[in-house]
Design a protein around this ligand. Sequence first.
Ligand SMILES: NC(=O)c1ccc[n+]([C@@H]2O[C@H](COP(=O)([O-])OP(=O)(O)OC[C@H]3O[C@@H](n4cnc5c(N)ncnc54)[C@H](OP(=O)(O)O)[C@@H]3O)[C@@H](O)[C@H]2O)c1
Length: 333
Amino acid sequence: MRSPQPRRVFVLGATGTIGRATVRALAQRGHEVVCFVRPRAGVAGALAAQDSVRLLAGAVLRFGEVSDPASLAREGFRGERFDALVSCLASRTGAPYDAWAIDHRAHLHALAAARRAGVSQVVLLSAICVQKPVLAFQQAKLAFEKVLIDSGLGYSIVRPTAFFKSLSGQVERVKRGLPFLVFGDGTLTACKPISDADLADYLADCLDDASRRDRVLPIGGPGDAITPRQQGEHLFALLGRPPRFRHVPVAMLDAIVGVLGAAGRVLPALAAKAELARIGRYYATESMLVLDPATGRYDAAATPSTGTETLFDFYARLVSGAVAPERGDHAVF
Ligand SMILES: NC(=O)c1ccc[n+]([C@@H]2O[C@H](COP(=O)([O-])OP(=O)(O)OC[C@H]3O[C@@H](n4cnc5c(N)ncnc54)[C@H](OP(=O)(O)O)[C@@H]3O)[C@@H](O)[C@H]2O)c1
């Protein structure tokens, strides 16, 4: 578990779902971890500075604004030397302005500051869906990936499949006796869900694993790819109830995207909602698996797996009450 070469690691996005797990994984490996976080962090600013300090035990916290280069230098890097930058930073809304400000511009500033601090290695949490970039946040991520690849620094760009939190939004409603909602017949898409801890281990191990250096790394969790229908069926089996589905036609999402898209061109306040609708449609119809460019098809067998925790183990713990569902921000990505 311990790294053969403990390093000084500067971490962005430490207060997010994967960031928290990644800070734990880095600290367990004996790295010296410095996190740069907002004074008020978490969903809707729910975490005060002391909450973040408790949450990220094992790391040193520094407070400032990641989108402000002066703050990054003054409060973040402080003129010190670091070996590596690990970023789990990502826009919480996915709205175009936020995505370009955080997933792209803030990362450009952080890369420049990291280079000045002597960083030679960058581990970036990205997303598998950038392989088919349709949405603003995907284009923003991809634009930074390109800058990182061309930067001359060592890089590992990790593109995971779906997280457990994004596939658990219906557990509570099904427990309450409501049907499981699926788009179409529930087999339009598939993914290889990956747990927070398994992904965090994978990210942390990028620092030591030479085979992950200078690579773009799609990664899923253990086992076969599963469809939304299989998720619903398993959930009902755990609850000891016959499966009950409500089928939502994709055409309904198309109509919502169309109406909000048109309204968003006139009323800027609706433009962000239109993008959220486009995000919803994307995840209703696109698999979170490696895309074969030759065939244009998603390929479960070509999607690498890591780790040991399955989504169905997690569902069992949610149903038994052993873990609480994560609430708050977007459940779609
Ligand atoms: N959900 C999925 O199924 C899935 C699948 C594959 C890939 N991904 C990708 O994985 C990445 C991370 O996901 P996650 O669920 O860990 O994200 P998350 O929980 O939303 O965390 C985002 C992190 O970025 C920080 N951040 C966001 N806006 C900021 C701002 N304006 N200033 C400073 N910090 C800011 C947040 O800090 P605060 O706490 O201060 O807000 C938080 O630390 C995303 O890029 C996502 O696209 C997600």
